[in-house]
Design a protein around this ligand. Structure first.
Ligand code: RI2
Length: 360
């Protein structure tokens, strides 16, 4: 993606590998501060996934793959038995970071499968190559989702999106925002309604920032306003990303997605989910089988921001010990999904068949 840093335009990926170090944009401090940070070993990478230094299903999948590559490199001088024990423990550590996004588990399994060579050095080489391949595939998939999804966007369209399924949620381009980028680049006039997406405000902090960087017209709205604009006829289509799609087409995505989908259907507005192969979990039969992450209660009680002098701060907005529930995701039943935008094309209902045909 193109970003403006200190008055200069610069092309940057969300995260990348430099030997055994991962370099990435620190998403916790955007949009107020743009900073590239480093993760030196797989333990730091696991902590960064858990603490959401980077987030988004695609990005955490790539980070998990890179984390496996780091673990392999850390163990390169061990005996074969010791290597296996170290590598399996690293996989377990990375698996425990965030439970919902399918990409994370697919990436770890792919790296475990790659580590089958006879010698430790063969295994290290294969794992590093696999991690790099995952990143490049994700990049190619998001570009293709952009091209396919662009065909669904008419000149003048108003598009609602939830959370951040943009370049920051991937290596670049994104899922839901990739078609919007393509449409804008092609000269179509689009307007994006950006849900703020409490509690972590990925819409307000990240999607709005991406729209600013690209010069795509948008309006930031509070989560509660989406229904208002849909009912008024000001939204032509909804595009969201996904953290896991079950074999029957049920979608686990950021909390609040379900409500948007129901209101879209009620108002006859198409509801699209943009997701690559790595987000589909064909072993998961239905959405109710997806583990939904519950996060820290302080995410609901408090908000992050900067004061008028630009100093970062976190403020309490409720009773200090307010009783809280904080599910990070919800499940949208497939009947509310108009179609999936994937790197294999647009998948239409019946989804059991179209998903199996595209990805089995
Ligand atoms: P991609 C986010 O979760 C949201 O659920 C968002 O829709 C999804 O990841 C985007 O992932 P979080 O990681 O579909 O910010 O773009 O909690 O890969």
């Amino acid at each position: 993606m193109r970003v403006k840093v200190g008055g200069e335009q610069r092309d940057v990926r969300t995260l990348w590998r430099e030997k055994s170090t991962i370099r990435l944009i620190d998403q916790r401090i955007l949009p107020h501060t743009f900073e590239i940070t480093s993760l030196k070993d797989h333990r730091e990478t696991a902590a960064a996934i858990r603490d959401m230094v980077m987030r988004g299903a695609g990005a955490i999948g790539v980070a998990a793959g890179y984390g496996m590559a780091q673990a392999a490199l850390e163990a390169k001088d061990l005996s074969l038995n010791e290597f296996e024990a170290y590598f399996d423990a690293a996989a377990e550590r990375l698996r425990k970071t965030r439970p919902t996004a399918a990409n994370l588990f697919h990436a770890i399994e792919r790296c475990l499968d790659a580590a089958k060579g006879v010698s430790v050095s063969d295994r290290v080489e294969a794992v590093v190559a696999e991690a790099d391949a995952i990143a490049e595939e994700d990049l190619a998939a998001s570009k293709r989702m952009g091209e396919y999804g662009n065909s669904l966007i008419e000149d003048g369209a108003c598009i609602l999106t939830h959370c951040n399924a943009g370049a920051l949620a991937f290596i670049d381009y994104g899922t839901a925002l990739s078609p919007i980028r393509s449409a804008h680049k092609q000269g179509k006039r689009v307007h994006v309604y950006v849900d703020e997406t409490r509690p972590r405000c990925q819409g307000a902090r990240l999607t709005a920032w991406e729209m600013e960087q690209e010069g795509i017209p948008y309006s930031l709205i509070v989560d509660n306003a989406a229904g208002y604009f849909m009912r008024k006829g000001e939204v032509d289509l909804v595009i969201v990303g996904a953290d896991r799609v079950a074999a029957n087409g049920d979608v686990a995505n950021k909390i609040g997605t379900y409500e948007k989908a129901v209101v879209a259907k009620e108002n006859g507005i198409p509801f699209y989910v943009a997701a690559p192969r790595m987000t589909f979990d064909l072993k998961c039969e239905k959405g109710d089988d997806v583990e939904i992450e519950e996060r820290d209660h302080d995410e609901v009680r408090k908000m992050w921001g900067v004061d008028e002098k630009g100093n970062a701060m976190r403020i309490l907005i409720s009773e200090e010990k307010a009783n809280v529930r904080n599910p990070a995701f919800d499940v949208t039943p497939s009947k509310y999904v108009t179609a999936f935008i994937t790197e294999e094309g647009i998948l239409e209902p019946p989804f059991k068949e179209s998903i199996r045909k595209a990805f089995a």
